[in-house]
Design a protein around this ligand. Structure first.
Ligand code: C5P
Length: 218
């Protein structure tokens, strides 16, 4: 049992960016590689959990023993998360686009002389906040917060605002996105743990250890 502390648990993980279509050939995206989320899914499966990994567009291999659902946009990701419930814990690592193009153009938008086509935006649903507010929410809802300044203060506010139990905060002012290492702070209701710089695999294993301990407290 001790080396499979998540045996019998269902862990839901989101990872990667989202792509928000503008027209058949263009989209809005961001620099998330999906590496940290995939590492968390892998660590959860290695700890014995059943794992559902909802992945945006990334070029990563599916970790062993993980059920992967590929999505493109934030709204598809929101639907896939809802469909994966119930879960014992959710770790929302995806870098969900905050905005999408308000209107999808079925035909490729053309250059028009010197006139720029307008690109009105609409706000995407907050998948983490929506999940945390559901009556059937996972017992433990963990968010990530990528910040470029005042990392811990912003992330503490985010934990409360979004209704997450824990936030893993990281400073992305360097080359974290796409890189192999991560320096994070684990923010819970009762305080902050500052972790040393670790590989994304080690951040994942350490987080999964904490999740196992938390879920064992029932
Ligand atoms: O507000 P911010 O995007 O920094 O919050 C990051 C956290 O919220 C991450 O856990 C991310 O997966 C989640 N999130 C989400 N849906 C959004 C935006 C962020 O689930 N639309």
């Amino acid at each position: 049992v001790q080396h499979r502390p998540l045996f019998g648990r269902h862990i839901l993980v989101t990872a990667g960016p989202t792509h928000e279509p503008i027209d058949p050939v263009r989209y809005i995206a961001n620099r998330s590689s999906g590496k940290q989320g995939f590492a968390i899914a892998e660590a959860a499966a290695a700890a014995g959990a059943r794992v559902t990994l909802v992945a945006g567009p990334v070029t990563l291999a599916t970790p062993p023993g993980v059920d992967r659902i590929d999505v493109e946009s934030a709204r598809e990701m929101a639907d896939a998360v809802a469909a994966a419930l119930p879960a014992d814990a959710a770790v929302m690592v995806a870098a969900v686009a905050d905005w999408r193009a308000r209107d999808y153009a079925a035909d490729k938008i053309k250059k028009d002389g010197g006139q720029l086509a307008p690109l009105p935006l609409a706000e995407n649903p907050d998948i983490l906040a929506t999940l945390a507010a559901r009556p059937d929410r996972p017992r433990l809802v963990v968010g990530f917060a990528a910040e470029t300044s005042d990392v811990v203060a912003h992330a503490m506010a985010k934990r409360v605002r979004k209704g997450a139990d824990w936030i893993v905060a990281n400073d992305v002012s360097g080359d974290v996105m796409g890189g192999a290492d991560n320096t994070v702070h684990l923010i819970r209701a009762d305080g902050v743990e500052n972790w040393p710089t670790l590989s994304k695999a080690d951040v994942a294993r350490r987080l999964i250890e904490h999740i196992g301990e938390e879920l064992a407290n029932d």
